[in-house]
Design a protein around this ligand. Structure first.
Ligand SMILES: NC(=O)c1ccc[n+]([C@@H]2O[C@H](COP(=O)([O-])OP(=O)(O)OC[C@H]3O[C@@H](n4cnc5c(N)ncnc54)[C@H](O)[C@@H]3O)[C@@H](O)[C@H]2O)c1
Length: 251
C-alpha cells in the first residue's frame, strides 16, 4: 500500500530539482501526479518516464488564467494535494538590484504561491478537503547576501501559509510550509559554479555536514501531503541539516 494511494497531486515547478524528486516519490507512493512547469520538454519527458500515473501540464504560476485552466481540467473533486514548489532565486546586492528584478522574484515565489493556494483551496473546499504544501526556504527565517528579493518572497510564503491555514481549516484543508536549506539542485548554481563550490564547503560545517538532496526535501513534503500529518497545519518544517540551529565552534 502506498502512502498516497487514491490521491491526486499537482506539483508546480515539477520538471526538475526538488519538484522532480517529489513527482517521482509521489508516484512511487501511489498518487496520480500532475507535473506542471514552464519547462515543457523536461516536464513531458518526466511524465512519460513515470508512466500512466503522471501527466504534464504547462502552468506558469504567475498566470491566473493558467491556474484556472489546469485546476478545471482536473474536474470536480479532482485535487487532494498541491505542492507550491516553483521558485526562482535571482541574486543581486541591494545597491545594484533593479525594481524589475525585485518584482520578478516576488511575482513567481510570492504571488505564484498565493494564486496556487487560492485556486487549489477553492477546488478542495468543493470536494471536502486536502493538503497544501508551500515551499519557502531558510530564507523565510533569516537573510542571505544578495537575496533581498528572495528573502522577502520566502518570508511572505511563511506568513501566508499561516493565514491560509486559518481560512481553510474549517474546509478540511491543511496548509504547511517547508523550509529547505542548501539543496543541491540547478538553483544552487544560480550564482555560478564558484558560489556552488563555496556553499558546498560551508555545508561541511553544518551538523549534518553536507548539502541537502532533492530527496531529503521530498520525503518531508510527502509526510505533509499524506494523511500521516493530519494534525499539522499552519506550521513550519525546516529541512536544512542544522544550518539555522546556530553557529558552532571548538569547545
Ligand atoms: N535549491 C535550494 O538550495 C533551495 C533552498 C531553499 C528553497 N528552495 C526552493 O525550493 C523550490 C524548488 O527549487 P529547486 O531547488 O528545485 O530549484 P530548480 O531551479 O531546480 O527548480 C525550480 C523549478 O521552478 C520552475 N519555475 C520557475 N519559474 C516558474 C514559473 N513562473 N511557473 C512555473 N514554474 C516555474 C522552474 O522551471 C524549475 O523547474 C523553490 O521554491 C526554491 O525557491 C530551494
Amino acid at each position: 500500500m502506498g502512502r498516497l494511494d487514491n490521491k491526486v497531486a499537482l506539483i508546480t515547478g515539477g520538471a526538475r530539482g526538488q519538484g522532480e524528486a517529489e513527482s517521482r516519490l509521489f508516484v512511487a507512493e501511489g498518487a496520480r501526479v500532475v507535473i506542471t512547469d514552464v519547462l515543457d520538454a523536461e516536464g513531458e519527458n518526466l511524465a512519460r518516464e513515470l508512466g500512466e500515473m503522471a501527466t504534464y501540464a504547462r502552468l506558469d504560476v504567475t498566470d491566473e488564467d493558467n491556474w484556472d485552466r489546469v485546476i478545471s481540467d482536473l474536474g470536480p473533486g479532482g485535487l487532494d494535494i498541491l505542492v507550491n514548489n516553483a521558485g526562482i532565486a535571482l541574486m543581486a546586492s541591494l545597491l545594484d538590484a533593479t525594481l524589475d528584478h525585485y518584482r520578478k522574484v516576488i511575482e513567481v515565489n510570492q504571488v505564484g504561491t498565493w494564486l496556487g493556494m487560492r485556486a487549489a483551496g477553492r477546488a478542495m473546499r468543493d470536494s471536502g478537503g486536502g493538503s497544501i504544501v508551500n515551499i519557502s526556504s531558510i530564507d523565510g527565517f533569516h537573510g542571505m547576501p544578495a537575496m533581498t528579493a528572495y528573502a522577502s518572497s520566502k518570508f511572505a510564503v511563511r506568513g501566508m501559509t499561516k493565514a491560509a491555514a486559518l481560512d481553510l481549516g474549517s474546509h478540511g484543508i491543511r496548509v504547511n510550509s517547508v523550509h529547505p536549506g542548501l539543496i543541491d539542485t540547478p538553483m544552487l548554481v544560480t550564482g555560478g559554479q564558484e558560489v556552488r563550490e563555496s556553499l558546498g564547503k560551508l555545508a561541511e560545517t553544518f551538523p549534518v555536514g553536507r548539502l541537502g538532496t532533492a530527496k531529503d526535501v521530498a520525503q518531508v513534503v510527502l509526510f505533509l501531503a499524506s494523511d500521516e500529518s493530519g494534525y499539522c497545519t499552519g506550521t513550519e518544517f525546516v529541512v536544512d541539516g542544522g544550518l539555522i540551529a546556530g553557529v558552532t565552534f571548538d569547545t
